[in-house]
Design a protein around this ligand. Sequence first.
Ligand code: GLN
Length: 480
Amino acid sequence: MQVTIQEASRLLREKKISSVELTKDYLERIRQVESKVRALVTVTDEPALEQARKADELIASGKAGALTGVPIVIKDNMCTRGIKTTCSSKMLENFVPPYDASVVEKVNAQGMVTVGKTNLDEFAMGSSTENSALFVTRNPWDVSRVPGGSSGGSAVAVVVGEAVCALGSDTGGSIRQPAGFCSVVGLKPTYGRVSRYGLVAFASSLDQIGPLTQDVTDCALLFNAIAGHDKRDSTSVPEPVPDYTKCLKTDLKGMRLGVPKEYYVEGMQPEVTAAMKSALGKLEELGAELEETSLPSTPYALAVYYIIAPSEASANLARYDGVKYGYSYAGDSMWESMEKTRGNGFGPEVKRRIMLGTYALSAGYYDAWYVKAQKVRTLIRREFDAAFEKYDALITPTSPTVPFKIGEKTDDPLAMYLSDVCTLPINIAGVPGISVPAGFADGLPIGMQIIGRHFGEETLLRVAYAFEQATDWHKRKAGI
Ligand code: GLN
């Protein structure tokens, strides 16, 4: 059985199925398809059934919420108490956290059932899930292609029905780009909307956790559960959390949507251009007013990101020294131990980022690189603020291409970095962005990105929902 959150919730409440039965169905589906796609680092059979039994008790007592008893998978960079959290790295291959991330506590409190932890690019650094030190995840629409990344495992698990929904994290596109590549809905919330406590840090000023789901209503339902202030994350914002399902309407009358021309760049695949053209037409039909606009600093976003993200990563990853936790090499001296721990424990992309970041932060280069990047970051942010004085949301493609072949970009980090040109600026500005299914080219998915103002998720979800209801893209299933 492959159901959405809403369908699962109805079946559970009407006692047509129990959470234990539903969970067993999903565990069985995992056994059927996992060898073809390899989305999961860990399958949590026993704890999942235990959670399902508890969910059934909650349902029987009439205390169930919209998410109770629903199977979910969680990206393997969010801490789960008693369950391995590897970050798809040799460094944390056997790390079992003693606590739950805030978002994990929250989905547990709703009575959700975690059936597995999903594969990612090592420490969330990448755009294809090929940087996982464990194994490569495949795109179910064409298994010779990448699912996107870094939350590739989460996107695949949702689209093939290994779970009803998933959590991912997004530092520069890692929820939205795989959502686009796999034809699911993926939301990167406003920076500070969701607690990062217990998310293994990559770049702390950019990281956000968000939902990956089969449709927009499910996105709103899961987002309701994870949004909100947490005193353990000083960057989480004490703004009230609305009910995000309330803003879902089927028309866009009176909405002003900006189409920033810098996102429709040369080098974009013609199939993506064509899909975007018809998507924009659809938005207009729904009553929105569209206007071309300009965010002139957009071309600098990639450079800014690849200074700031590696700088923060180099500081965050200093903790993996073989002393506190994770992989440890016992050398003859402290220096040898540390060198071999980090040398063996980290993969090539992680090392590249640490070197880039350490360089950008070093005395003599700090002002020229890191401080300069921060200044341009402010310019980018201001351009978004100015755009949102005029527009309710901005519409762009999620990615300039359809999913590429496994191995196609692994030898060329710059080509790989380019696959995030449309998503990186959103993290730099801290605003929210959502990717929704918007077309196919030769059977390969294309995503549309909707960008909103800070804490403007309701508007994003409204645009996404109206578009979804007027199109059929989200209903297509990968034949696997
Ligand atoms: N692909 C980008 C990177 O490699 C973004 C990754 C992410 O959002 N975690 O850094």
